[in-house]
Write a protein that binds this ligand. Structure first.
Ligand code: GDP
Length: 458
């Protein structure tokens, strides 16, 4: 899913190559690609607009200093915002199933016919019966589970639930087409109480489209049995339609969470973003196969990663940030701010910082294929070599020479070149580069480590 987002992002990253910081102008192209990719993935327009605005706001405030280049910094921002929009902003336990009530904990399943309610009821029962459900790192102990169907309009649906319940080892409360949904529901709750069931899952009737009678019925059932969880089951393949359905259910019922099914198919996945946005409720589970073990706890962070097809890019960006010695960088930054003289000793210090970011070529390997391609021209090996040569020259100078570069006349230059094993021209080149940098420092007195760092590395 979201293949296009990955492709479009990597294409747009190329346009950012060589840029020193994220600005209104240079992020525009990338943001346009993000926008197109989301629309192609069937995310609804208002959601796209809001998302892109957030990414933009967050990107423009982003300090690129620690990361490899602004393109990656922007991908980092997209990832962060994607995680937030998928529910990361709700807190770590938002996707947990709440079972903390006097037993039985009642779970009401809502959604259109074919969305996957009955299958999900079975899958959820299975997770609870087997004790395989892990929430926030904690294993939920095995539960005694009862399931019931109030779908009196489709006897086949009741039979389907009976079969599924048998397969997963949950108990089935029988119901029949000639009964009233409210009577079935009340009887099931009563039975669950008397027989000490810890969880009761109520599978409801679905229609092919949203209709008034259906909404009234499920709303009535909700008031009657007061479930602790009301899960809206929605088919990820539904795309844009999912938004309208989610809206209708969200208005009729106080939903507590969403289950997105059929994410294993060729769903474009946009529904995940839209539904979350429209209902304001956390996604709690995702259906990943037709089989009864195909239900996973939803993790916003992992989903965002999957959406971006990002490989290790997040950890890569983090690594670059971690390895920069923050204290040293700040010392340097304040030196520049206060207008202290920037000498070759400081220059050397900075090179060391750049080196700490890690071996360039090994960093490149961490990138997923598309990004590595996009960044192909960075040529890690070349940068390394240049860096080593520059360092050699600086090391051949005495501390005094480094603090007073004006001392460096022909004789000293020859000695330094010999010490570093380079032609004298290289020493001159470095000194010239250093002069340019001093000039640049003046422009950057107001901060802007990012551009400086890059000037050193390139
Ligand atoms: P209901 O009408 O809402 O109860 O929907 P069902 O539970 O009967 O599911 C409708 C169809 O979708 C069935 O063929 C299920 O096997 C299939 N289905 C449900 N969840 C998933 C899923 O996560 N992945 C896949 N591939 N199929 C699913």
């Amino acid at each position: 899913m979201f293949d296009n987002l990955t492709n479009r992002l990597s294409r747009a990253m190329k346009t950012l190559r060589g840029e020193a910081r994220l600005t209104e102008a240079n992020t525009q192209e990338m943001l346009r690609e993000v926008r197109m990719a989301l629309l192609e993935a069937d995310v609804s327009l208002p959601v796209v607009r809001e998302f892109v605005a957030k990414v933009k706001e967050s990107a423009l405030g982003t300090d690129v200093a620690g990361s490899l280049n602004p393109g990656q910094a922007l991908v980092g921002v997209v990832h962060k915002e994607l995680t937030a929009v998928m529910g990361g902003d709700l807190g770590a336990d938002a996707s947990e199933l709440d079972l903390t009530t006097t037993p039985p904990a009642i779970i009401l399943m809502a959604g259109l016919q074919g969305a996957g309610k009955t299958t999900t009821t079975g899958k959820l029962a299975r997770l609870l019966v087997t004790g395989e459900l892990i929430q926030n790192g904690r294993k939920i102990p095995k539960k005694k589970v009862l399931v019931v169907s109030v779908d009196v309009y489709r006897p086949a649906a009741i039979e389907q639930l009976r079969t599924v319940a048998g397969q997963v080892g949950a108990d089935f409360f029988p119901s029949a087409a000639d009964q009233k949904p409210r009577d079935i529901a009340l009887a099931a709750v009563d039975h669950a109480r008397k027989h000490h069931y810890e969880v009761l899952i109520v599978d409801t009737a679905g229609r092919l489209g949203v209709d008034e009678a259906m909404m009234q019925e499920i709303s009535m059932l909700h008031g009657l049995i007061k479930p602790i969880e009301t899960l809206f089951v929605v088919d990820a393949m539904q795309g844009q339609d999912a938004v309208n359905v989610a809206k209708a259910f969200g208005e009729a019922l106080p939903l507590t969470g969403v289950v997105l099914t059929k994410l294993d198919g060729d769903a474009r996945g946009g529904a995940a973003l839209s539904v979350r946005h429209i209902t304001g409720k956390p996604l709690k589970f995702i259906g990943t196969s037709e089989k009864l073990d195909g239900l996973e706890v939803f993790h916003p962070e992992r989903m965002a990663q999957r959406v971006l097809g990002m490989g290790d890019i997040v950890s890569l960006v983090e690594q670059a940030q971690r390895n920069i010695d923050i204290a040293e960088a700040q010392k340097l930054a304040s030196k520049i701010k206060t207008g202290d003289r920037f000498d070759l000793n400081d220059f050397r210090e900075q090179l060391q910082q750049v080196k700490k970011m890690g071996d360039m070529s090994s960093l490149m390997e961490k990138l997923p294929a598309q990004f590595a391609q996009a960044a192909g021209q960075i040529q890690g090996g070349q940068a390394e070599k240049q860096l080593r040569r520059t360092e050699g020259i600086l090391n051949s100078m005495t501390p005094l020479e480094r603090s007073k570069p004006e001392l460096l006349k022909a004789t000293r230059k020859r000695r330094i070149a010999a010490g570093a094993g380079v032609p004298v021209q290289e020493v001159n080149k470095l000194l010239k580069q250093f002069e340019q940098m001093q000039g640049m420092m003046k422009q950057f007195k107001k901060g802007g480590m990012g551009k400086m760092m890059r000037a050193m590395g390139g």
